[in-house]
Design a protein around this ligand. Structure first.
Ligand code: SF4
Length: 281
């Protein structure tokens, strides 16, 4: 496959992942998509953003991949569900992007985080980018829903310094209703990482009426605490910044009337994690 460059009118770098991006890879033939996924020399990305202080330690470049097999009711970036909404990007191009920032990232004790979408939908591509970043001495992180965690080899995990793992809700039926999928593969990935001493940050989105059952949060907290490798838990209050994407894409949005959680509710969720000895932010 010829090396593919981003369409000139859409820069790979975005101000934020809340830029709406659709159909940017729609002209890539299906056979090339299959080859890309199989070989990992090319991937599809919403964008790179810079200067993030919330997606891992220090100041980070974040690569937002497209493609996700879940359909979380509160997803802020539904344009990243479809792989071909993203820009076709070669590994070389992605690494060129990171090379520009490598010195600054080191000075600011940061690194690169690959998020999405769900990065493991493009595991080979993502791992080539992270391995290249490691070779440049850049700290690497991946933010994942964990559903395809079984596809990560031990060699892949060696190239990931930090796993940001989304735990959405504990109850299986509730998880299916919330995301469309089972949570067992995610929990399986979480159970695999402690023996490797692989640091994990748990991300938990607090959504009134969906993920705020105190007993459910307590079960996530107990699970996370037992793992022994969870360095911190981030309680992320639901917000409506992604609502316009649902509307523009014409997808029915079930959370139209849902308000962000109150500060008290966020504090109570944090306290549930702290009560298990976990550090929360
Ligand atoms: S896993 Fe992430 S990207 Fe996928 S639907 Fe859920 S919130 Fe959206």
């Amino acid at each position: 496959m010829a090396e593919t460059r981003a369409a000139p009118h859409v820069p790979l770098e975005a101000k934020s992942p809340f830029d709406l991006r659709v159909d940017l890879g729609k002209d890539v033939p299906e056979t090339d998509v299959r080859t890309a996924l199989a070989q990992g020399d090319m991937g599809f990305m919403h964008s790179f953003t810079t200067g993030s202080a919330v997606d891992g330690p220090g100041v980070r470049v974040v690569g937002w991949t497209t493609g996700c097999m879940w359909r979380c009711q509160y997803c802020h970036n539904p344009d990243t569900w479809t792989m071909r909404n993203g820009i076709p990007v070669s590994v070389t191009q992605a690494l060129e992007e990171l090379r520009k920032y490598r010195h600054g990232l080191k000075v600011m004790a940061g690194g690169v985080t690959i998020s999405g979408g769900e990065p493991l939908m493009q595991r080979r591509f993502v791992m080539k980018v992270l391995a290249g970043a490691k070779d440049m001495g850049i700290h690497t992180a991946i933010e994942t829903n964990g559903f395809l965690g079984a596809e990560l080899t031990d060699g892949d995990l060696d190239d990931i310094d930090l796993v940001l793992l989304g735990l959405k809700t504990w109850d299986r039926e509730r998880h299916r209703a919330l995301t469309g999928r089972d949570n067992e593969p995610t929990l399986e990935l979480a159970r695999r990482l402690p023996s490797r001493r692989q640091p994990v940050w748990v991300r938990f989105v607090l959504v009134p009426g969906l993920t705020d059952d105190p007993a459910d949060i307590a079960q996530i907290a107990a699970f996370a605490a037992k793992l022994g490798n969870v360095e911190r838990v981030e309680v992320l209050p639901f917000h409506q910044m992604g609502r316009f994407k649902w509307e523009t894409l014409g997808i029915r949005y079930a959370l139209e009337g849902t308000e962000p959680p109150s500060p008290e509710a966020v504090a109570a969720a944090c306290e549930t994690f702290r009560a298990q000895g976990l550090t929360t932010h």
